[in-house]
Design a protein around this ligand. Structure first.
Ligand SMILES: C[S@@+](CC[C@H](N)C(=O)[O-])C[C@H]1O[C@@H](n2cnc3c(N)ncnc32)[C@H](O)[C@@H]1O
Ligand SMILES: [Zn+2]
Length: 290
């Protein structure tokens, strides 16, 4: 099978990777460093020393997958997909577009984006990065057309300079310098963050971590040197959640690393059949400074 070019860089020597190998399921650089797809279809680029970051565990990922699959955050996925489609509209008339979803998790938002782009974009190449292999097993199944890579966003990204048109980051860490490096001039960074009051009705019960009231300023400040803000939209979603939904919400976020599962089960068992909860998001769009 002939090798095909990719926007990816070898995590060992930073030379270009091509997709090739016997079954076309290995990424190989000119120096011969080779990364086989895991049987679930993702690639593991974590080389050398382990990372200091705590990856989401299998039960956290399962909770996220079940919660998102139920469609609770569908309006958010649609809004992000719409913004990405708008950003790509001018590009794809001349060449395939490239999208990077950093901290892709189970691939839920990238799936919505790919479905949206399929409506009017001839060709788009997608990369999903996450540090959790449990998340990427799901993402690879959901988004088989994407290159799903286990990688740490706090390390140099395994992606070439000026190789990407849109970076999406939905509740995941942001490495501003690296996002700016991989984005082409005129590219877009789309960031989703929670706003004050997000899930506040169940925050205490579900042990959710508090939202920093200065989050917006912190987001702008962390990106300031590399990105200029273009727009910021609020999106509120009224949810009606079952006790199981609330338990999933608790487990799927960063609090899931520390929550005692038994205590959580006792607390959610005391909830009524339905709890009204507001999800409050901000979707911000930035362009790289050049
Ligand atoms: C709250 S989840 C959001 C996942 C997905 N974007 C979504 O909204 O469904 C945060 C994700 O960031 C990933 N993550 C955390 N630290 C990371 C790092 N240093 N590099 C790459 N991914 C990381 C986690 O594994 C997790 O999948
Ligand atoms: Zn190499």
């Amino acid at each position: 099978m002939p090798a095909s070019a990719t926007p990816l860089l070898c995590p060992v020597c930073r030379d270009r990777l091509e997709l090739g190998g016997a079954a076309g399921r290995a990424l190989v650089c000119p120096a011969g460093h080779s990364f086989d797809a895991a049987k679930q279809g993702y690639f593991n680029f974590l080389v050398g020393k382990g990372t200091v970051f705590e990856a989401d565990t299998a039960d956290m990922v399962a909770a996220r997958f079940d919660f998102l699959s139920a469609g609770h955050y569908r309006p958010l996925a649609d809004a992000v997909a719409e913004l990405a489609a708008a950003a790509l509209a001018g590009v794809v008339a001349t060449r395939p577009g490239t999208v990077l979803d950093a901290g892709t998790g189970t691939g839920h938002y990238l799936r919505a984006l790919l479905d949206r782009l399929a409506l009017n974009v001839a060709s788009v190449e997608a990369i999903g990065l996450d540090i959790s292999k449990f998340a990427l097993r799901r993402a690879a199944r959901l988004n088989p057309e994407a290159m799903n890579i286990v990688s740490d966003v706090w390390q140099p990204l395994p992606v070439g300079d000026d190789a990407v048109d849109v970076v999406t980051v939905v509740f995941a860490p942001r490495n501003a310098a690296e996002f700016a490096r991989v984005l082409r001039a005129g590219g877009r960074l789309i960031v989703v963050t929670p706003r004050a009051g997000h899930l506040e009705e169940v925050a205490a019960l579900a042990g959710l971590l508090g939202i920093d009231p200065a989050k917006d300023e912190r987001l702008a400040a962390s990106l300031e040197g590399h990105f200029a803000p273009l727009s910021a939209d609020r999106l509120d979603i009224p949810l009606s959640l079952s006790p199981d939904d609330v338990a999933r919400l608790a487990l799927m976020g960063p609090a899931g690393h520390h929550l005692d599962r038994g205590t959580l089960a006792t607390r959610t068992a005391g909830l009524p059949p339905r709890t009204a909860v507001s999800a409050r998001f901000r979707i911000s769009v930035f362009e790289p400074r050049r």
